[in-house]
Write a protein that binds this ligand. Sequence first.
Ligand code: WT7
Length: 642
Amino acid sequence: MAAKKYIVKKGKVYWPNEEMKKIAWVKSDKIYREASKSPVKFWEKLAKEGIDWEKKWDKAYEEKLPYFKWFKGGKLNFCHNALDRWAKETPNKTALIWIPEPLSERPLKITYMQLYDAVNRFSNVLKAQGIKKGDVVAIYLPMIPESLIAMLACTRIGAIHSVVFSAFSADALRARIEDGEAKILITADGYYRRGKPEDLLHKAKKAAKRTTVKRIIVVSRLGQKIRGRKFLDFGEEIKKADLCYPPATVNSEDVMFILYTSGTTGKPKGIVHDTGGYAVQAYWTTKWNFNLHNDDIIWCTADIGWITGHTYAFYGPLLNGATTLIYEGSPDYPDFGRWWKIIEENHVTVFYTAPTAIRMFRKEGDSWLKKYNLDSLRVLATVGEPIDEEAWLWYLKKVGKERCPLIDTWWQTETGGTLINTLPGIGPFVPTVAGKSFPGTKHIVVDEQGKENKKGESGYLVQVSPFAPGMLHGIYKNHKKYVETYWRFKKYYDTSDGAYLRNGLIRVTGRTDDVMKVAGHRLATAELENAINENKKVNECAVVPIPHEIKGQVPIAFVVLKGGKGSEELEQELKRHVDQKIGPTARPERIFFVSDLPKTRSGKIMRRILKDILKKEEPQGLMTLLNPEAVESIKDVVAGNQ
Ligand code: WT7
């Protein structure tokens, strides 16, 4: 049978066709106008329909900027919504498909009932360790089913999870444990990556030393025996545990999780998300963006260490009672056909990934795609950074065979769920354009003074009140930073992204602050500079991003030494140091040793000039520099090294 087609091309733009309209939850753009009449009422209706509440809220929305609360007085349990109701209704439906990396291991399918059983038991394991409502639990796990079990168990208890990306270093994990004062750490002995076992436990042990972590619960993924007073074996404990743990009742505005992300300073910020509002936005954005139905199998390739993994690999699909797929390993193992093989074998219908992955596959050529049948796909989506037209078209044509809507979703760790994208039943699907604000939310583009740019000029992308229900509830224990980072326009939430409007649709152009997106990962230049500056030989340094054909951006470091000359060895040493402080995702692409950095008279490093030099453009505004002569010498170093 020929695969169904869901889109039609008109000019350079795609629209949903009749086939799509037939299955779409929302198919008329009236929804935007209706929602904007009273966004709060709109979200109230969605909250009632999508989520089970133990007690209805007293007040749907309360705003005392810079804070705002959704569904105040409402009571619920998140785990009940993501798990219990489906374990009752569709116990034998697959909740999770797990694809281990080694081809010798078989995929695992876990039903809602089995997941229910495991989560109840693991909640009791946590309880036995003294974990109760409001405690912070650090989770440092790879893409394995135990991640989902651990996270859901936290939400069942009302404990706050703080998931840390497994490729982050021991130092990075330690900083997050300390900031959150986590009582317990859940990790694994390791995982498989590119055919090889990766050790995780040694990093976890190192990170937890002399911190608030009293116990480490370890999943034995590689078959190591877990020993020592401080350690518990996840598998053994779960077997011994009691089968029933009644879900705790929490307030809508109680904290559900913290997730650290990079800001403009060296220190990662703990983004706080509360329960009820997040649940509502996660439920509805998943349902409408991906047009999720009962028979859908959604694969969001993001790691659970990121917000995308939280909301669209796990929580959104489960809140909808759908089937979600996760894959442990690398996209190129054993070859570049692996992802397409997974889609074919598991009949994946919704595929959500990052532009950096698309660009990598595109570079590897179409031959890998041709080996597999991707007819099961219905909706394609991307997230994480601006997507270029070539990558967008390749994805739409080669992966989606020009059959499936392609949704470019803009959002952030801070927003909890997607906010700007086209809906599959409404369209249009336009390359490089994210689209409209999700119904019930509003974004505008403003100038430096916060005045709206109505004529399509570029400016700052901000969100307008009432702020979306899934939005952050502050930065963990740092009110000052919260105000400084997001509220410089006072009444608008500053996204830190640039954007402009085109035919009423929003095109996001990228960050306006010192934050890079490297292969979709968010990284502050200051974090990298701090790491490099720690080396005894380094006097000072500056890091700037440059465009990269696959990763989008990569960091380049300019280093001034205290004395002596730079060398290949020292470059390697500094890269290793960055691996150790942050993780390999942050490793600079190149390090240039220079004698001076361009500075203003007040001593501020002019990164813009470094960027110009790297782009081989003539830097402007040298007159204001304290040391204009530095520029020529940096140019020489860059030229000589390239
Ligand atoms: C930043 C947020 C949200 C999940 C993953 C990233 C950039 C994200 C898009 C998009 C252009 C995008 C922005 C944003 N970004 N999606 N569709 N088009 N830019 O979350 O790590 O918190 O990063 O990613 O710059 O501010 P994050």
